[in-house]
Design a protein around this ligand. Sequence first.
Ligand code: ADP
Length: 166
Amino acid sequence: MPGNVTAICPGTFDPVTVGHLDIIRRGADKFGRVVVGLIEVPQRKSPLFTPDEREAFLCEALSGYGNVVVARFNELVVEFAQRWEARVILKGLRAISDFEYEFAMASLNRKLAPEIETVFMMASPEHGFLSSSGVREIAAFGGSVEDLVPPSVARRLAEMYPPRGL
Ligand code: ADP
């Protein structure tokens, strides 16, 4: 029964966007518990925000959800899932461009832990274009990201990169 199932939702969240939050909230509606897994030190990219900052943004944005937990990790995603007794890895899919990478990851994770199912939710149409890297780029050039991220993230980015008033 999904109501008893724990799902993990892993990511770098550098920073969390309204697209991530949409997937997490929809997951919290369908599964008993969602553990948002914050990858502390990603292999392929060096984050703009520290793990403490990324965690604080997530915790603040998700504070109203009783069945959502935020936890940091530095291990294989399937090991993190096993530690939390999760049977599901929940991922958001935006465009076809996400598919190839996510398909490969899901296949590798299935090989490592066949008991854990990767479940994909389609991004809501209004978030299909939204990525953390896009947000960082817009902010770095002084553009407004208010509609794309939670208020605390928008405030922090505006401090780091004073807005140009576009
Ligand atoms: P990003 O790809 O933005 O750097 P992460 O590495 O933190 O973000 O991604 C974590 C998960 O969130 C991935 O499964 C990714 O597909 C999903 N995700 C990211 N942005 C969105 C969005 N706008 N809508 C739905 N899912 C998303």
